[in-house]
Design a protein around this ligand. Sequence first.
Ligand SMILES: NC(=O)c1ccc[n+]([C@@H]2O[C@H](COP(=O)([O-])OP(=O)(O)OC[C@H]3O[C@@H](n4cnc5c(N)ncnc54)[C@H](OP(=O)(O)O)[C@@H]3O)[C@@H](O)[C@H]2O)c1
Length: 332
Amino acid sequence: MKAIQISETGGPEVLACVELEIPTPGAEQVLVRTEAISINFADVLIREGLYPLMPTLPAVLGLEASGVVEAVGNAVTHVKVGQRVAFIGDGCYSEYVGCYSEYVVADASALIPIPDALDSDTAAAFPINYLAAYHMLHTVAKAEKGQSVLSYAAVGGVGIAIIQLAKLAGLKVIGLTSSDEKAARAKELGIDHIINYKTQNVVEEVRKLTHGKGVELILDSVAGPSFPNNFEMLAPLGQVIMYGMAGGPPPENLLEPLMAHLGVGVRSFHLFASIGVHFPDLMADSIRTLIGYLVEKKVAPVIHDRFPLTEVAQAHKLLQSQKTVGKLILKP
Ligand SMILES: NC(=O)c1ccc[n+]([C@@H]2O[C@H](COP(=O)([O-])OP(=O)(O)OC[C@H]3O[C@@H](n4cnc5c(N)ncnc54)[C@H](OP(=O)(O)O)[C@@H]3O)[C@@H](O)[C@H]2O)c1
């Protein structure tokens, strides 16, 4: 079978297409033939060696996919051959499973059964993005109808999930993006306000849009040196959740700017470290809720483009170019 492996960290050139034996599932595992493989920004960070939870190299990349069950282990009773499933292969949630591959062995307990109403690309595109957005909004922030949320990378994979789930919950959504083209797409996707951070003053715009009050919640996937600017845009008792570092780590000394804005909250979030590992029942409940939303078309992931598995390097370059709106999918 074809798989995309890295033996060292680096640029897109380290992504090697290799031939591997089709794996045999253990007693509590299943073999899945993949139909759609999702690209996450975390894959880029793993490829570059910058992700906090690195797999042991050489490793097949990829954190989520969908497909059809081809074989089940001896002890598996609740999954049938031919069943359509999605799965998340993050090393922190279950055993690290590389999903950029024609076949994958996954733990039967980690499978997400996919109803016929959902196509394979949607099944691969939703789990990580929508679960992260859902748990940040509802489990962690407990956001309430009428409150305002500021979302970085507003038309990225997670960003679009935030727009859709926040609007469903009655929140006002202000987004940040880097181009007028992406700002126009954000409007089409139902965002209330969008700010081009390359051409506008973000702090001023947010204060203007909230009549000087600030937002109750900021969901920041970029961080970087300007992270403390978030404190200027929070309402009293508001909080910023840092869930990514696309722009690099925040400055080491956060205490000083924080002391100038007493009362605001700062926290970090990681879907598996925060929720998957400690609250498996919450995770299972949220998966059921989100599949319901998808089937009822209350939410729908946006697929920016699809690439053959062997053209993964081009897909990584595109994701890093900041030109995508929604998800990139690999087709085996
Ligand atoms: N903590 C968790 O559980 C969790 C789960 C899923 C994803 N994440 C994180 O959430 C973020 C979004 O993930 P995603 O897969 O949905 O990716 P994405 O948002 O589709 O793509 C990344 C976006 O980040 C923005 N960006 C800002 N600075 C950037 C830079 N220096 N290089 C590249 N992009 C930059 C760009 O949007 P603009 O051009 O509009 O700024 C870009 O389109 C990532 O940081 C990821 O690691 C965290």
